[in-house]
Design a binder for this molecule. Structure first.
Ligand code: DX5
Ligand code: ZN
Length: 218
């Protein structure tokens, strides 16, 4: 079943708990937390204390998307703070296999992320290790960017590989997901849809989540 993972990047941080809870009430089953370090991407966001605070009030899995250099140094603290899924960028990991095993050794579900310029086949060797593959449909760093249609072919290819190799990783897509793009990514084979602006910047997070899920499942 298709799931929606609201990205808190576009939430009103003065009301973060309330807004995240509203998205969950609207049907979101995963919470996407974007972690940026100002090096791997040209922006800074939140770290483990925010994960730990939200953990106190929400039960849904926390999907921590690490857009950082040297992710291995931070995987233990995110796990300790309450992350359930941790994803690392293929482009940021010199020893990707090791990083994914490190995530699993801390009791979290390992995910790998690829930027728009990174081919799916760079993941061939590690696909059996991952719980999810996150296909970036924008260049990471900012919310509210335009969806890159080139990501559709990558989702389709991953979907084919998943079937032909009998693997069960889930396919997640992140960036520019709105009512007009959601049907295309679901058709291409995405299972988990990340949405920031579409959830938090129009109407209420509860209603926006409901409507986006309805469009995704139509
Ligand atoms: C971008 C982040 C995304 C972003 C999505 O670097 O990884 O999760 O918040 O935001 P929208 O849905 O607004 O494109
Ligand atoms: Zn993200």
């Amino acid at each position: 079943m298709v799931e929606l993972a609201p990205s808190i990047l576009s939430a009103d941080f003065t009301r973060l708990g309330e807004q995240a809870r509203a998205a969950v009430d609207g049907g979101a089953t995963v919470l996407h937390i974007d972690v940026m370090d100002g090096h791997f991407v040209p922006n800074l966001t939140v770290g483990p204390p925010v994960v730990a605070s939200l953990r106190k009030i929400l039960k849904v899995p926390f999907d921590c998307h690490l857009m950082i250099e040297r992710p291995d140094d931070f995987i233990p603290v995110f796990a300790e703070a309450g992350a359930d899924w941790i994803s690392v960028h293929q482009e940021a990991c010199i020893h990707l296999d090791r990083s994914l095993r490190l995530i699993a050794s801390h009791g979290c579900k390992p995910g790998v992320v690829i930027n728009p310029a990174t081919p799916v086949h760079t993941l061939d060797e590690i696909l059996p290790l991952v719980h999810h593959v996150l296909v970036m449909s924008v260049n990471p760093g900012f919310g509210g960017q335009t969806f890159l249609a080139s990501s559709l072919k990558k989702i389709e290819l991953l979907s084919e590989i998943r079937k032909s190799r009998g693997l069960d990783f889930r396919i997640e897509v992140d960036g520019g997901i709105h009512h007009d793009t959601v049907a295309d990514v679901v058709r291409a084979g995405a299972h988990i849809l990340v949405a920031g602006r579409a959830v938090f910047e129009y109407g209420t997070p509860r209603e926006s989540t409901k409507q986006l899920l309805a469009s995704a499942r139509a």
